[in-house]
Write a protein that binds this ligand. Structure first.
Ligand SMILES: [Mg+2]
Length: 187
């Protein structure tokens, strides 16, 4: 098991500071299955719980930034990243640690304000840079060993929703968010 896993209290303390939520795509936002068409175009399966999580964070008017850093490349990822308001998208990325550092500099956030979600070995360099390293329940054992938190959900089953819920709860923003959903006409 993980040598870095944090206690619930320590985890909440770190989640309180988070402003940038960066993540891998395959195996985190999807369960990892990809249909490759003859044209080379890729089709992935997404989870609506995660989709809502991106819109939940957007309700806080720029307080949170979201970045996707993936080793693969597909038009579907580009389109979807635009739809959910991702501020930095890296595709075909062969050094996720560098990409994360660049994103942190661009978003003007410190390591302790940065969270990264990854599920496999290629995510390890980004884990080193982030103040809070998170992985899905079905991540590779080497990733689980260094993660600060392992989400209850497996990849593609609402991992990002687990993370967004936890960050918002830790920052005391969940009540306000629920009110905004309950009374959409109120500002
Ligand atoms: Mg992955």
């Amino acid at each position: 098991m993980s040598k870095n896993l944090l206690s619930p209290r320590a985890l909440r303390a770190r989640a309180k500071k988070i402003r940038l939520l960066a993540m891998d795509v395959d195996g985190v936002l999807t369960e990892g299955s990809i249909i490759v068409l003859e044209s080379g175009e890729e089709i992935k399966f997404w989870n609506v719980k995660d989709r809502i999580a991106f819109f939940m964070l957007k309700k806080f008017d720029g307080l949170f930034k979201v970045a996707w850093i993936t080793g693969r490349k597909s038009r579907q990822v580009k389109d979807r990243s635009r739809e959910v308001g991702v501020c930095a998208l890296y595709q075909h990325c062969d050094h996720k640690g560098k990409a994360l550092l660049e994103t942190m500099a661009r978003c003007k956030v410190k390591p302790e304000e940065t969270l990264f979600i990854g599920d496999d070995l290629v995510d390890l360099p980004a884990f080193r840079e982030a103040g809070l390293a998170v992985c899905p329940a079905d991540a590779h054992p080497a990733i689980k060993r260094v993660a600060h938190w392992i989400t209850p959900s497996a990849g593609g089953r609402g991992v990002f929703r687990d993370v967004a819920d936890f960050v918002l709860e830790s920052q005391g923003l969940m009540g306000r968010l629920i009110e905004r959903f309950e009374y959409p006409d109120r500002r």
